[in-house]
Design a protein around this ligand. Sequence first.
Ligand SMILES: NC(=O)c1ccc[n+]([C@@H]2O[C@H](COP(=O)([O-])OP(=O)(O)OC[C@H]3O[C@@H](n4cnc5c(N)ncnc54)[C@H](O)[C@@H]3O)[C@@H](O)[C@H]2O)c1
Ligand SMILES: O=C(O)CC[C@@H](O)C(=O)O
Length: 393
Amino acid sequence: MPDRPFGILVLNSISRSGLDRLPPGSFVVGKDIAEPDAILVRSADLHAMSIPSSVLAIARAGAGTNNIPVKDLSARGVPVFNAPGGNANAVKELVLAGMLMAARNLAPAQRFVAGLQGAGGPLEKAIEDGKKAFAGAELANQTLGVIGLGKVGCLVADAAIKLGMQVLGYDPEITVDAAWSLPSQVKRAASVNEVLKNATFVSLHVPLVPATRHLVNADNLRLLKPESVLLNFSREGVVDDGAALQALDAQQLAWYVCDFPHPGILAHAKVLAFPHLGASTREAEDNCAAMVADQLREFLEHGTIRNAVNFPQVEMGRESRWRVAIANANVPNMVGQISTALARAGLNIHNMVNKSRGDMAYTLVDVDSAVNAQLLAEIRAIAGVLSVRYLPA
Ligand SMILES: NC(=O)c1ccc[n+]([C@@H]2O[C@H](COP(=O)([O-])OP(=O)(O)OC[C@H]3O[C@@H](n4cnc5c(N)ncnc54)[C@H](O)[C@@H]3O)[C@@H](O)[C@H]2O)c1
Ligand SMILES: O=C(O)CC[C@@H](O)C(=O)O
């Protein structure tokens, strides 16, 4: 353990039930930590800030990591943790709310009723005369297209099936676990276009990456039926919002439900915009904060990597007091060079694990005696080694 507590810089409001998992003796947690060992964040834009060289890990208390410069951090050997599934139920419930709000015209209906305040005349008559304008449609038997069948998309698909909807799903990289968790009634689409052509409700649940920017755009919005509802709980940028507004104006689209408001869409009568509210429930905030706090603590204290978006899962039970954690490029002979350096220093390897994912690899080595600063410097100097940490228990 280090001779001082780990410093954790907190950049957004993070649930206490997560922060309380970082005990005061071992961690100093706050908004003003000068040289933090780690950063805990929700939606704050880390692209806009210079991340101090002291930072060993970033933990995102949520799913999306597009607000974090993951590539740059990978090059520094810094893992970026997130909380897969921690807020999925919260998002699912808001998607259902969005579908119902659109299908039943609830926002204009509510505005109509609020407008009756002080209008004079018999309220009952005004209500009965006015309600015709807000008659809607039921969800049952309609088709929902789900684009992105990860943690959120699978729950949305499942809930829609339970509501009696038909579900058409598209995800070219669906995981085996996600495929197993989907109800058998979900039909598989071969493309975004197939979903747009056949669904009346289309809900997006993909990360924002270069390949998903403007996934829904002027070209493919034309495929929608005029009564369609598009729901974007993914990210601003996944839909070309200008094209969505044009589709609304041209009556090629009935509603655009969006969790990422910006000046261009705020005032449109057919936009239902929420203030990035998908994950804002007590339960989701607690889940995500607890998950990332545990992952951060395990990493800082033992080098364990669980749920990093840029590193493999690496866990090794601790059987010796002396552990070295090495992040390195996934190139040949890294393990050979690390073991040779340890052997040259007369250290016996007690246990070792090395895993890779894409360009990144990570090695945990437990040795039978203490490691000195010179050996750590030698390992650090091996070409391809990105970071080295000594973690004596
Ligand atoms: N509104 C909110 O508050 C809120 C909350 C949680 C997540 N999100 C957003 O939703 C996204 C999804 O969350 P999740 O927890 O389900 O993530 P996830 O990683 O579990 O699922 C994402 C899925 O998208 C799929 N995918 C990637 N590219 C695709 C493409 N081109 N076409 C179709 N599918 C594609 C992946 O294969 C994966 O299965 C997050 O990245 C985040 O941006 C928003
Ligand atoms: O932290 C939040 O409120 C939003 C999180 C959400 O966008 C996510 O990607 O998990």
